[in-house]
Design a protein around this ligand. Sequence first.
Ligand SMILES: [Fe+2]
Ligand SMILES: [Fe+2]
Length: 274
Amino acid sequence: MAISQEVDQFRNYDQGDAIAAVRENYRKMRTNQTVEYVQRMRTKYLTYDRPMDLWDAMASLNDLVDVSDPDLDLPNVQHLIQSAEAIRSDNRPDWMQLVGLIHDLGKVMYLWGSDEDGTSQNEQWGTVGDVFVVGCRLPDTCVYPEFNDLNADMHDTRYNTELGMYAPGCGIDNTLLAWGHDEYLFQVLSNHKTNLIPEEGMVMIRYHSFYPWHTGGSYQQLTSDRDDQYKEWILDFNRYDLYTKSQKIFDLDEVRPYYEPIAKKYLGEGPIFF
Ligand SMILES: [Fe+2]
Ligand SMILES: [Fe+2]
């Protein structure tokens, strides 16, 4: 894999000018993402009534820079192409190359999002950032754990214990994660009739931002045996999500002829209903 910078230069949340914006995004995310909020966003956004051509959706990410990312200040579509190209250059399966290309596509939510939901261009705390389980105690493995106490659920006895509203070992598929682009795209593709992306790929899409679990090692009280397999898949994918970020600029129209047949193979020809 083409690693563009030293590994320890990534995900450093304590340095640089851009960090104030990253930190502020996390403060708002931790404050506002409660059980009630997540349920409300699922009802509001999982309507599957906005048909969009895959490539138009990709192009729309030319106008979005992820404010939670301390490592990259390029439009998000560049990150998607960089990830896909690294997976391709490692000769990984075609479906995984496609997953690299589209894994952040749920960020198109900004096109119909709002400031008050944290789903707009200006307010991204409901779209991007590492996610956590809502409905049980926030772990110290969250970035900026000092913000955990700002979450109203952490002062609600239904939700502020190790298990909160969950049964032991229920499995992460049965938890409610903070609302964001991972779950949005996962649900959109699950609802897409001609989706043939294999289970590994769907898991990579759904949980790639779940750092307190896949990298922090938290939530052992909730995970099941199946989640160990999930974690293997996600960590395999995660190297390409994280360590391929660079200033190298690609042109979507130039890479499209290579990826288009793969997209057709796994997603079919019609629009995707967001
Ligand atoms: Fe992402
Ligand atoms: Fe990503």
